[in-house]
Ligand binder design. Structure first.
Ligand SMILES: Nc1ncnc2c1ncn2[C@@H]1O[C@H](COP(=O)(O)OP(=O)(O)O)[C@@H](O)[C@H]1O
Ligand SMILES: [Mg+2]
Length: 454
């Protein structure tokens, strides 16, 4: 690869900690934690979980710190810890290894939130065992550390938050690159790229390189034509930061309109996190008032007054952002609205159980209570059978269970059962159709019979 073709995100990767822009708190926390290890003391948390949006310096900081502290980095990627056996082969071995040439060994597991919790059965569990006993510091990075399957891991981790970079920080970074590439870069063009990058330095540097390599100069017009397409949806983490750290109203509004979450979820998250960020009682009061009004408008707009939706955006975005008049912001971490999530999950599960009980009661000519106490437990065992989903599939077809019902019964084995159902369906379509018709007849009879008793 010629020098010119080298991606600038690699060429200009920060080498020293000082070159990592911003992230002062993360730098301090991580350095202290690594120094603890180097002194031969094992910190109470053996894992550091670096979290934050992409392209803000998580990986770069680890590499730069390691270089400064003269530590070795063993970088593992997702394929090294997908399954239990991978973990035992890689992470677990590394966790016990003594560094060969340097003062210490850092095990870096990048982007652990990318793990697919279903495909990694046993993986997380194996990882937890390593985490509790490792003799070397393990650093993990994640964009979204609040995912359900990372919950146990969070408890054993030093949580280190990375912020999205400000426009000013990104502009400074781009300017440095322009200088060393001897490129003519217009200030407005850099500002435009920075703004579009939404705090993601990797994206900004890539955009800059695209323009520069095509045209050898970076003007606002070029930037507008080339960069304009970037439309991103924001995950909840970025939405919250977008609201709480908004400097101008439009930033807060964009954070909520571009969120991938629906408005109820957003309100729930804000509701739980406002007190973590706002300490001043008057700020709190204003923020909650804004949220309460948003809820009212949301309900009215759902009732048909759609024009009100725009006020909802205003109230949960700028409304919450500018409730903070005191200027003070707390450094607490965002928290998952556990209660809300649990409640809704439980409620959904309860409703499904009711639906299933009713469905089966009708088919089995028995009471819902009997179904719940005696039939569902047995079906659960059959549906979660590890070796052969065929029986479960036959029952699913026989009882005409829908996907949700199958999922309720089969849990982690849902996919296997669904596949088996498909297989049977494909194998003998006519026979099944025939059976279905026959079954439908009996069912009608059954329910008639049942009606008499109700
Ligand atoms: N804080 C930062 N300071 C300087 N450059 C950065 C920073 N964050 C990201 N970059 C640029 O973006 C690229 C990717 O950064 P990286 O550390 O891999 O981000 P992350 O791990 O947070 O996704 C780096 O090579 C660098 O060019
Ligand atoms: Mg990274």
């Amino acid at each position: 690869m010629s020098e010119r073709r080298l991606p600038w995100v690699i060429k200009y990767r920060p080498r020293r900690v000082e070159e990592v822009v911003g992230q002062d708190q993360a730098k301090k926390a991580l350095r202290e934690w690594l120094e603890e290890w180097l002194k031969g003391r094992v910190p109470s948390k053996r894992v550091a979980l670096l979290y934050g949006p992409p392209g803000v310096g998580k990986t770069s900081l680890v590499e730069a710190l390691a270089r400064e502290l003269n530590m070795e980095v063993l970088e593992l990627n997702a394929s090294d810890y997908r399954r239990r056996s991978d973990i035992e082969r890689t992470v677990a071995v590394a966790a016990k290894k003594r560094p060969l040439f340097r003062r210490g060994l850092i095990i870096l597991m990048d982007e652990v939130d990318g793990l697919d919790p279903k495909a990694d059965e046993g993986g997380i569990e194996a990882l937890m065992n390593v985490v509790k006993e490792t003799l070397n510091p393990i650093i993990m990075t994640a964009n979204d550390p609040w995912r359900e399957h990372l919950r146990d891991l969070r408890e054993y981790s030093l949580m280190v938050e990375f912020r999205e970079l400000t426009n000013t920080q990104i502009i400074a970074l781009l300017q440095r690159i322009c200088e060393s590439e001897r490129l003519k870069c217009d200030k407005e063009a850099l500002a435009y790229i920075a703004e579009r990058s939404m705090g993601d330095a990797r994206a900004a540097v890539n955009d800059l390189q695209t323009i520069a390599e095509g045209y050898r100069e970076v003007t606002l017009d070029l930037a507008r034509t080339i960069v304009k397409g970037r439309e991103k949806t924001l995950n909840i983490w970025r939405t919250l930061s977008g609201v709480f750290y908004a400097k101008q109203a439009w930033m807060a509004k964009r954070a909520v309109t571009q969120s991938e979450e629906d408005y109820e979820t957003l309100i729930a998250w804000l509701n739980d996190n406002i007190p973590k960020k706002y300490g001043d009682p008057q700020d709190l009061y204003r923020a909650y008032e804004s949220l309460a009004r948003a809820t009212i408008f949301l309900n009215r707009s759902k009732a048909g007054e759609w024009g009100l939706l725009s006020y909802v955006f205003d109230l949960i975005g700028p409304g919450v952002a500018f409730a903070r008049v005191s200027g003070k912001i707390l450094e607490a971490r965002y928290g998952f609205p556990e209660r809300i999530r649990l409640m809704s999950q439980l409620k959904a599960r309860r409703e499904l159980r009711e639906k299933l009980a009713e469905h089966l009661a009708r088919r089995l000519l028995t009471s819902k209570r009997t179904v719940k106490n005696e039939v569902i437990p047995v079906l659960t065992v059959i549906f979660r059978n590890e070796t052969d989903p065929t029986m479960a599939a036959r029952l699913a077809l026989g009882y005409r269970l829908d996907k949700d019902m199958i999922e309720y019964l089969a849990g982690p084995r849902t996919n296997d059962v669904l596949k088996a159902v498909e297989k049977i369906r494909k194998a003998k379509p006519e026979e099944i159709e025939h059976k279905k018709a026959k079954e439908e007849k009996t069912r009608k009879k059954e329910s008639k019979g049942l009606d008499r008793y109700i």
